[in-house]
Design a protein around this ligand. Structure first.
Ligand code: SF4
Ligand code: SF4
Length: 392
């Protein structure tokens, strides 16, 4: 990692120097970026955090083998993402073991939930112990969805104390629902320097998104990411491969194509694909510097057909649409953990973390589902399935 520029002008100059085009995205399409040579360790500034990072980071959420993380770091991965709650805390200890002796080579990111200030500080101190480090580079508020959470004074005060004490370098947020709201709020209010956002080739698709964009009702996730990123907020993309479902046999790797699609947006600084094997590390690193090609688009179309009627793109178009208050994106994300990642325990934990009034227990009472999905997912059926297989 290297120190980045600190002003907007410098930030934009650095993007230009990195060869990143500033073409405006059309609604439902991806902004184009000029990539580094394929395989090269392309770097981008992480907003105004003070870090410059490679475009392929490491999402450690489901990684149990520290040697896999270490192998990625040895191959130039310099951004590692974990959380205090992954694997009930064990994931931070795994990351700590992986980074022994190479800590200074990476930007280390973990998370904390909004709680009373003393509890947040204790949580960060636990993370420091688990990770076996003196300082956390990026501590993110976990899973927020509203502007009110972005401005929550308890959270800001606790995080500022941690920064003042030298325990944390930079504060950020993560979001799975209400993503555009959170992105805009972070740009507006300024305290948080990064947003970890769910973003993949299934975002911003469909007729509804196109119509909303044409009517000026929604900027769309791609354009919001681009404009917020270029305003100096560091954007980290997660869920980049749309659930990690197995690749259809033959042809181009859809996982590389999916990363190339995400990195085609110049607002994205880095990505945190989940990796559990050396083969996945190699596959994902093949996307460094790759520009989305015709073959990649074909691979993504084939992959989308495989997962088409099950995978939620987390586009946010249905936020607040259920009259019974079901948090549809979060319910379907839990189902993806089960079907895509094949991680039953994580799926159950994710579903159990939803408040009872936001889970899918209310589904089944509606004569017809009021949620309209641009990907045409059978939302009611999937939500009922999620409740049946993940609750209890
Ligand atoms: S269910 Fe459909 S509309 Fe809702 S977030 Fe997922 S892809 Fe978007
Ligand atoms: S069927 Fe649709 S509208 Fe009814 S509770 Fe379920 S998600 Fe909401």
């Amino acid at each position: 990692m290297t120190l980045p520029p600190t002003t907007r002008r410098d930030f934009l100059k650095t993007i230009a120097a990195a060869g990143i085009a500033t073409a405006v995205a059309g609604q439902g399409t991806q902004p184009e970026a000029v990539a580094a040579p394929a395989g090269a360790a392309e770097k981008r500034p992480l907003g105004r955090t003070g870090f410059t990072v490679s475009t392929i980071g490491f999402g450690a959420m489901i990684t149990r083998d520290p040697d896999v993380i270490r192998a990625a770091v040895d191959r130039g991965v310099d951004y590692v993402d974990t959380a205090d709650c992954y694997m009930g805390g064990e994931n931070e200890r795994i990351v700590g073991r992986a980074l022994a002796g190479v800590r200074d080579k990476v930007v280390l990111a973990t998370k904390v939930h909004i709680d009373p200030g003393d509890k947040m500080i204790r949580s960060a101190e636990n993370s420091l112990r688990s990770l076996k480090v003196d300082v956390i580079d990026l501590l993110q508020l976990h899973g927020i969805s509203t502007e009110g959470e972005v401005t929550d004074p308890r959270a800001r005060e606790a995080l500022q104390k941690l920064i003042d004490r030298g325990k944390v370098r930079v504060a950020g947020v993560t979001t799975h629902s209400g993503q555009e709201t959170v992105l805009r709020a972070v740009r507006k209010h300024g305290f948080y320097k990064t947003v970890l956002v769910a973003y993949n080739f299934r975002s911003d698709t469909g007729v509804t998104a196109a119509v909303k964009g044409a009517l000026g009702l929604s900027e769309g996730l791609s354009n919001t990411i681009r404009s917020v990123g270029e305003a100096g907020v560091g954007i980290i993309a997660m869920k980049t491969q749309a659930g990690g479902y197995p690749s259809p046999p033959g042809g181009v790797s859809p996982h590389q194509a999916a990363l190339a699609w995400v990195l085609g947006n110049p607002g994205v600084a880095t990505t945190v694909p989940s990796m559990t094997t050396y083969a996945q590390v190699e596959d994902n690193l093949g996307a460094r510097g790759r520009r989305l090609s015709f073959s990649d688009r074909v691979a993504l179309r084939r992959y989308a057909m495989e997962i088409g009627d099950r995978h939620c793109g987390l586009c946010g178009a249905c936020d607040g649409a259920c009259p019974n208050g079901v948090d549809v994106p979060s319910v379907l994300r839990s189902l993806t953990y089960r079907d895509g990642y094949r991680l039953e325990e994580l799926a159950r934990a994710s579903y159990a973390a939803l408040p009872a009034e936001r889970n899918a227990s209310a589904c089944g009472d509606c004569p017809s589902c009021a949620v309209s999905c641009p990907l045409r997912l059978p939302v009611a059926r999937l939500a009922r399935e999620a409740h049946a297989v993940l609750s209890g």
